[in-house]
Design a protein around this ligand. Sequence first.
Ligand SMILES: Cc1cc2nc3c(=O)[nH]c(=O)nc-3n(C[C@H](O)[C@H](O)[C@H](O)COP(=O)(O)O)c2cc1C
Length: 177
Amino acid sequence: MDVDTAIRKRRTIGVFSDREVPPQEIAELIEAARWAPNHKHTEPWRFHVVAGEARAQLAAAIVDGGGEFSKDPRGKLLRSPQFIAVTQQAVLDDPVRDQEDYAAVCCAVQNMMLAATARGLATKWSTGALAENGAAKRWLGIGEQDRIVAYLYVGYPPEEMREMPAERRPADVVWRS
Ligand SMILES: Cc1cc2nc3c(=O)[nH]c(=O)nc-3n(C[C@H](O)[C@H](O)[C@H](O)COP(=O)(O)O)c2cc1C
């Protein structure tokens, strides 16, 4: 699939079949991620592939850690047979680099979603309370100040969701010459 088609076909899908994605395909998504642009070649990303029982273990750690959740963390973390938590190490003494690194990790996540789309896989990028959760960060082995940039849920979409129409406003563009 060419990149323009993948960009247009990619849709957020939060419903997945039970079928696990082969590790080789997950590795290919991560391979696409690491080619994202990153200023000063900091390669600021880390990928935590969480599958099978590990999903429930993370959910239990979050619940045990306390806090209020609008939805049960288990319902979210078990929505796909595997997800990839994409994290960024905080750069506390250099806010500009920290922001650049965050932008680079976001580019990496988009690379993964486009690579997934090209392979017929569905993805959902999720943040919210679970991304800010201290117990989740501890479980993943990252620092309190580090960021969970994305829980990237990935899997096979249900048949009826393979083609998801979407609308976008025309771009707000200013041309100057
Ligand atoms: C940084 C970021 C965070 C997101 N967090 C969530 C989230 O927490 N929950 C959610 O349902 N969708 C989340 N999304 C997905 C957006 O809601 C989705 O991209 C948007 O509705 C547009 O739909 P599309 O991805 O199909 O184009 C997030 C997307 C981005 C880029």
